[in-house]
Every structure is written in structure tokens, then in C-alpha cells.
Design a protein. Structure first.
Length: 287
């Protein structure tokens, strides 16, 4: 076992947050870029009448054609390349034969493995013309993602990330999902730390819940992936054990990037090479 692999194994056993070397950034750049290219490829295919399983097949073929591995296939028994979450599905939606309808919004989440490194990213898409409030929810969620990313630097904390996201979402009249979070990654798909997207909230059963005050250090790799609901933040997981929906059936949106903490800030690994980071995907660059 190589020294780096031994360190990964030890970190998994102890739950420690791994601090990666400078050369590890290049592995994450390659994996992140391919995951983003996969989502870029899907932009022209998301439209009314197309099934989510057809989109999943496109992503599967794309991943294999580029010599990579679809990370989700076989993960805890999951059988698909993508998670596709339309409308009031918050996350972990399973691709299927149902066709998209005009006005649907959907999150597509792709993770690929390139030379052992995980590139994990998601973004929102329109099928046809969504309603004005759906557009505003998506825009706010994209802004929430970048509010979180913009505070990442050595010396900041995970709570700072959550505070930036929660403050912006709630100021716009939306709510932050608390049941799911971002996560460490690298050679491991889901690793320490957990990255929650709030600073604190009051739970009626367990009192005030606060995000960890963990300090960010150079070499940390993790995702930020806020899930923002149009209505309340409450979640229901369906009988399939995967699909998570908003309990009040309000619309939900999510964006996700994989990133690394640098000596003086942050590097995002999963930015779109074509500038297609948010809808509408009309060929214009939008960050």
C-alpha cells in the first residue's frame, strides 16, 4: 500500500479530515472537469418529452467513452449513473421512463471517478419554460452556492459557509434543507467533513442545532451543495429508500461544486468548461 493510500485508510477509520498534497489537486481537477463536461453535454438533451432514464444512459456512455467510472453505480446498491431530481424532489431522484413536461425544473447530479479521484457536481436545468417563481428559486440557489464558496479560505469555518448560505436563502423567502449536506471527497466518495448549509436553527424536539465550527485548512477537499426549498425545509424519503422530496410538495433546487482549500483561498474543480453553470443554457457564459 502506498503512503497516500495508507493515510486515506487511516483517515477513514478515525473520521479525520484529510489534508491533501499539492499534487492531489491535479487529480481532482481532472475528475472535476470530466464531471462538469458530462453535465455540459446534457444541456442540449434536457427538454420536454425526454425521459430521465434516457439522460442517464447518455451520461453512462459519456463516462465510459472518456475512460472514467460512474461512481454511483453500485454505491450502496444504487443502479444508475445519475441522480435526477425534478420539481419537488430534493435529491437522490432515480432515473426512470417518465418523460419531462414543459415547465419542469430538475437537478442532475453526476459523479465520476478518474484515476481514483472523484469529481462530484450538480446543477439545475429547465425543460421548456418554467414559472417565474421557479426561476427565482433556481437563481437564489445558485447565488447561495457561491455565497458559500466565496467565504472559503484558511481560517474560515464550516459554520461561516452555512451562515452565508442560510442568510441569503432566508432573506429571499426560501428555506434551507437540513437533512442533507455536503461532504469531504477525494479518493473516497463521501468522507469527512460534513458540510451543512446552515449556521444554526431551532428544532422543536432537540433545541438549537449549530453547524460545526471546524476551521478550514489548506488541502481540505469537500463539496458545497445547498438544497433550497420554495416552502418549508422538511423532508420525506420515499419507500425506494433514495428519493427525498419536500414534505409540503413545494419546489426544490440544488447546485453543487467540488472544491479544495488553497493556501490563500479556494479552487473550484467542477466549473463548467463551456460556462454553462446555470440555466438557461443558451451558449452564453454565466457565473
Amino acid at each position: 500500500m502506498h503512503d497516500a493510500e495508507a493515510e486515506d485508510t487511516q483517515a477513514i477509520r478515525t473520521g479525520a479530515i484529510k489534508l491533501h498534497r499539492s499534487e492531489d489537486f491535479e487529480g481532482m481537477r481532472k475528475a472535476g472537469r470530466l464531471a462538469a463536461q458530462c453535465l455540459d453535454m446534457l444541456c442540449e438533451h434536457v427538454r420536454p418529452g425526454v425521459s430521465t432514464q434516457a439522460l442517464d444512459k447518455l451520461a453512462y456512455d459519456f463516462t465510459l467513452d472518456h475512460g472514467a467510472i460512474p461512481a454511483c453505480i453500485g454505491y450502496r446498491g444504487y443502479r444508475h449513473t445519475l441522480c435526477i431530481s425534478p420539481n419537488h424532489v430534493i435529491c437522490h431522484g432515480i432515473p426512470g421512463p417518465k418523460a419531462l413536461k414543459n415547465g419542469d425544473i430538475l437537478n442532475i447530479d453526476a459523479t465520476v471517478i478518474v484515476d481514483g479521484w472523484h469529481g462530484d457536481t450538480s446543477r439545475m436545468y429547465f425543460a421548456g419554460e418554467p414559472k417565474v417563481k421557479a426561476r427565482r428559486l433556481i437563481e437564489t440557489t445558485f447565488e447561495c452556492l457561491w455565497k458559500g464558496i466565496d467565504v472559503v479560505k484558511p481560517g474560515a469555518t464550516l459554520r461561516d459557509i452555512g451562515r452565508a448560505i442560510q442568510t441569503h436563502a432566508e432573506t429571499q423567502g426560501f428555506s434551507v434543507v437540513r437533512d442533507f449536506c455536503g461532504h469531504g471527497l477525494g479518493r473516497v466518495f463521501h468522507d469527512a467533513p460534513n458540510v451543512v448549509h446552515y449556521a444554526e436553527y431551532k428544532d422543536k424536539y432537540s433545541g438549537v442545532q449549530r453547524a460545526p465550527d471546524t476551521e478550514l485548512k489548506p488541502g481540505m477537499f469537500f463539496t458545497i451543495e445547498p438544497m433550497i426549498n420554495e416552502g418549508r425545509p422538511d423532508v420525506k424519503v420515499m419507500k425506494d429508500g433514495w428519493t427525498a422530496v419536500s414534505r409540503d410538495k413545494s419546489l426544490s433546487a440544488q447546485f453543487e461544486h467540488s472544491l479544495g482549500v488553497t493556501e490563500d483561498g479556494v479552487e473550484v474543480f467542477t466549473g463548467s468548461p463551456k460556462g454553462l453553470d446555470k440555466p438557461p443554457y443558451d451558449g452564453q457564459h454565466n457565473k
